[in-house]
Ligand binder design. Structure first.
Ligand code: HEC
Ligand code: HEC
Length: 251
């Protein structure tokens, strides 16, 4: 008897078996424990892909895997954005200190992963770009912004921004979902995924016909455009309601 107990104990020790009924196995412990997730693909897939697409290409924001965009944002800013989220938008805070599920180490892993997994060279003129991060509220002139819009942007977005081949960037519902930072980044980097050129007028390295003969936008012009576009933010975005409330006979 003593011999048999000894044998069982010896086998248990030798095979490293520490399982007892009711005790969760290692994979079970890891399930639901977000701190145990590591590796860029896992972290991205669990926390970001649902909104930003598998390769950072699609979704609620601009394409994050655009090399020009990646060359203009710093690691520090990316960490802060992932950690704190973007106020007033659907981009949620992710750090544990802000009520999210990611440790600082995991956030760093995601930021390094975006840099090393999404390769591609920014255009040679990237260094001359106007800034896209940490820019304050627009100081430009809305009237000048409208004039600039009606030359540089209207071929695609329609005269006075009402929308044409591309949608209306002054639509109140669009403005309710987008931060100033996102709008500025769009004007500077364009939307290479859907055909909008960068501030130089280039799309995938070629000047688009709509910007032929037009100079690159200056930072002052971008400030004016920002002032005009954001002047369309309203308190209650969406469908206009009749003044005096709903007058339909049903009410
Ligand atoms: C060659 C066409 C073209 C030109 C020129 C152009 N855009 Fe766009 N823009 C697009 C397309 C296509 C989209 C994609 C979304 C859509 O259809 O509205 C877009 C989207 C946008 C968005 C919204 C971004 C989003 O994620 O939905 C903003 C803001 C914008 N453009 C501003 C401008 C401004 C300001 C200018 C002038 C400096 C400009 N665009 C010039 C084609 C263009
Ligand atoms: C619930 C949807 C959602 C999730 C989940 C989400 N994002 Fe976002 N994210 C957004 C939206 C919407 C924006 C654009 C907000 C704006 O208008 O500035 C955004 C913007 C961003 C930006 C700035 C883009 C710009 O315009 O400069 C970065 C960087 C970013 N997200 C990274 C991440 C990472 C990394 C994760 C995962 C850890 C993540 N996001 C998870 C919705 C989401």
């Amino acid at each position: 008897m003593i011999r048999r107990t000894f044998l069982i104990t010896a086998i248990a020790l030798a095979t490293g078996c520490d399982w007892m009924p009711g005790k969760p196995t290692t994979p079970q412990t890891k399930r639901g424990n977000s701190e145990a997730i590591h590796g860029f693909a896992n972290l991205w897939g669990t926390n970001c892909q649902g909104c930003h697409g598998a390769e950072g290409t699609w979704g609620a924001a601009r394409p994050l895997n655009d090399p020009l965009y990646q060359s203009l944002v710093t690691d520090e800013w990316l960490r802060a954005t992932v950690s704190d989220g973007i106020d007033g938008t659907l981009m949620p805070p992710h750090s544990i200190s802000n009520g999210g599920r990611l440790t600082d180490e995991q956030i760093q892993e995601i930021v390094s992963g975006m840099r090393s997994n999404w390769t591609g060279s920014p255009p040679p003129y990237a260094a001359k770009s106007p800034p896209i991060i940490n820019v304050g509220p627009a100081t430009g002139d809305p009237a000048k912004g409208l004039a600039t819009f009606n030359t540089w942007c209207s071929p695609c977005h329609g005269e006075n921004g009402v929308g044409a081949m591309a949608g209306s960037p002054i639509d109140s519902s669009f403005l309710a979902l987008a931060s100033d930072q996102m709008i500025r980044a769009t004007i500077v980097c364009g939307r290479p995924d859907v055909g909008m050129p960068d501030w130089q007028g280039n799309l995938h390295g070629e000047k688009v016909p709509e910007r032929e003969g037009l100079s690159p936008l200056t930072n002052a012009q971008i400030e004016d455009l920002m002032a005009w576009i954001t002047s369309h933010r309203v308190e209650f975005p969406g469908q206009p309601y009749p003044p005096g409330g709903n007058q339909s006979p049903g009410f």
